[in-house]
Design a protein. Sequence first.
Length: 95
Amino acid sequence: MKEEDADWQIYHLIAQIKTATAEDLVKKSGLEISAVESSLCRLEQKFLVNRNDVSFRVMSVGESLMCSQVKYSDDLPFVIENGVIKEKKTDHARE
């Protein structure tokens, strides 16, 4: 199975059941644990799912856009680390 197909399947399984663990997804998808974990990593990197301890949930469009903007924009005065919004440390802030 192509990675894109696995990602599509995993994403839609999570969306159907709201939250899921990797083990839940292995049972429901029939994929190997390594394929599920790889898919979850890709989905998380693309801001499509969010990890909460051991479970995953689908991110809203607003959450995805905000996380993408925070990651790729250098001029925002804040960062998000582990779900916590923090003031961005700059050279001016240290003076």
